[in-house]
Design a protein around this ligand. Structure first.
Ligand code: FEO
Length: 448
């Protein structure tokens, strides 16, 4: 898990030196061309997010031209167009599909229409009024076509079929299905606010709580409409679900469909198992006053990611609810906590999280502390003491850096992350861990 705009990451394919991913192929001649917003901590004022969100948009190429499916929030138009230009010329764009007109997906639409004036704009049958309001234009000034369930556009060997799925999450919403590749561009449906540049559900950090949280706040009020949508989606062969927020669901996408049915049908809630079965899971939480501890956290995360059998997740304590974090920690193998030192102490949200862990059996998990400080840096040893008091093992001395980390100190952070992850792998090899990895395998297998 990494943050865009804060450091370049060459550890993953498709990521450029500017810190932003290049267009990412998700299927044959289909690319992710969206944008990352890792700094966002509140979405639509009400939703919290511990590591930002993504605005996913896609380009589909057929023999006869290109379709752009959704755009991005206006502030992120520049990287969106930069990525689009790497996979298509504007005069090749035949179709622009807007599955949902909320500004986080339509922000770049007016400029895209200006750059590709020949393109047909495709929206759902419930969307015209919203489109006119968005573009501040009358009917005769905008060229658009409305579609309904069953309508189809052929790009030349590539057919886009439309599914009318109103109220998910606005009245205008629809999904678009790419028949030949069995890809569902699902809009907000099956999305979540979780920013991880590795993009795919089998590669990102643990986003289960973000998926559930998103459903609870965005989809749950419209359960009946969710069930209507599922009746259209469930019969489709599905290789991949490409939502407009969060991870692209390529590993066992049908599980997420099943989870929506379960949540919408009122069945008993069981946590979704992780998508793959990593040997060890490391969670990194941090709080940062001026960004220094955040940079440390990102560097530690980057270092830990280099140990392939460890799955790393990074969360800003300022952006999340603590209750899901407790569940995540209970299921994880290691916990690293970062805090600046303020008035000779760690900051309150860190203590709040630690105190909420008193009800969890943490014995045998690995703990670590880190943080930036100005004068004396008491926070790190205080957190380490508390971690030991909670029966975690603390194999590495805590990492403290004075004020703003230098490049050399960030290299130390990456090394710290690497060593922490290796300590976890060592646990796995010796069989002295807490057994979470084995449980993950069983969950995975049981679901078939
Ligand atoms: Fe992501 Fe409802 O917009």
């Amino acid at each position: 898990m990494t943050m865009a705009g804060t450091r370049a990451d060459t550890a993953h394919p498709g990521i450029g030196q500017d810190g932003a991913p290049a267009p990412v192929p998700i299927a044959d001649d289909v690319h992710w061309i969206g944008a990352l917003d890792p700094q966002l901590r509140r979405f639509d004022l009400i939703l919290r997010t511990a590591n930002g969100t993504t605005y996913n948009a896609y380009a589909v190429r057929g023999r006869d031209g290109v379709a752009v499916v959704d755009t991005v929030k206006a502030e992120f138009a520049e990287p969106f167009f930069a990525r689009l230009e790497q996979v298509a010329r504007y005069d090749e764009i035949r179709v622009i599909v807007l599955n949902h007109l909320e500004p986080d997906h339509s922000g770049a639409l007016p400029e895209l229409m200006r750059r590709a004036p020949q393109a047909r704009l495709i929206i759902s049958k419930r969307a015209p009024a919203m489109l006119k309001a968005l573009l501040k234009a009358d009917d005769e000034e905008i060229r658009y076509e409305t579609v309904d369930t069953g309508h189809e556009i052929d790009l030349g060997g590539r057919r886009l079929k439309f599914l009318h799925t109103p109220f998910l999450h606005w009245p205008d919403t629809q999904c678009t299905y790419l028949v030949e590749e069995q890809v569902l561009f699902s809009g907000d449906v099956f999305g979540c606010h979780h920013c991880d540049r590795r993009l795919f559900n089998d590669r990102v950090g643990d986003f289960r709580f973000a998926f559930e949280y998103y459903y609870a706040h965005i989809m749950r009020p419209f359960k009946a409409h969710v069930l209507d949508a599922l009746r259209l989606i469930e019969p489709l062969p599905l290789k991949l679900i490409a939502p407009t927020h969060g991870p692209i669901l390529r590993e066992r996408p049908r599980r997420y469909v099943a989870r929506y049915r379960e949540l919408s049908g009122g069945a008993a809630l069981e946590p979704m198992p992780v998508d793959s079965a990593p040997l060890r899971t490391l969670l990194i939480f941090y709080l940062s006053a001026y960004g220094s501890t955040a940079r440390m956290a990102e560097a530690i995360c980057a270092g830990a990611e280099t140990v392939h059998s460890v799955r790393v997740s990074l969360y800003d304590l300022d952006g999340g609810e603590s209750e899901p974090f407790v569940d995540l920690i209970e299921a994880a193998d290691a916990l690293a906590l970062g805090s600046p030192t303020v008035n000779g102490d760690a900051v309150k949200p860190v203590w709040d999280l630690l105190s909420s862990l008193a009800v969890v059996n943490l014995r045998g998990k690995v703990g670590a502390a880190f943080g930036s400080y100005g004068w004396s840096g008491e926070a790190v040893p205080m957190i380490e003491d508390r971690l030991r008091g909670l029966k975690l093992r603390v194999p590495l001395p805590g990492l403290r850096l004075k004020l703003i980390p230098t490049d050399a100190e960030l290299a130390d952070c990456r090394d710290f992350g690497r060593r922490l992850a290796r300590a976890l792998v060592g646990d796995a090899a010796s069989g002295s861990g807490n057994g979470q990895a084995a449980r993950g395998v069983i969950d995975f297998a049981e679901l078939g």
